[in-house]
Design a protein around this ligand. Sequence first.
Ligand SMILES: [Zn+2]
Length: 113
Amino acid sequence: MHEMSLAESVREIVDETARANGAQRVVAVRLEVGALSQVEVEAMRFAFEVVKRGSLAGGARLDIVEVGGSAWCMSCSQTVALERRGDACPNCASFQLQVTGGDRMRVLDIEIE
Ligand SMILES: [Zn+2]
């Protein structure tokens, strides 16, 4: 489950940011997960519950914002929505697609006190 190491990097980012801002604790973490990022939301939630223990984010709530995938279709010459990696263009069924969005996971913001 690669979500565990991803969750660890999230906790590190969150901890460092909280410390740099003189926080006592982290209340919430907002995470963006793209549909094409190959991160499973449920696995991510579970992993974060495990790795947050003992950190400033120990009691933090995890809010996950799921964003859809998008790709540039070379045949249609336009941006199309993509549900999964490897899918064909929904307009013309071409596979000449270049992923342009929803392919990553990142911390959007954190709430501290
Ligand atoms: Zn197309």
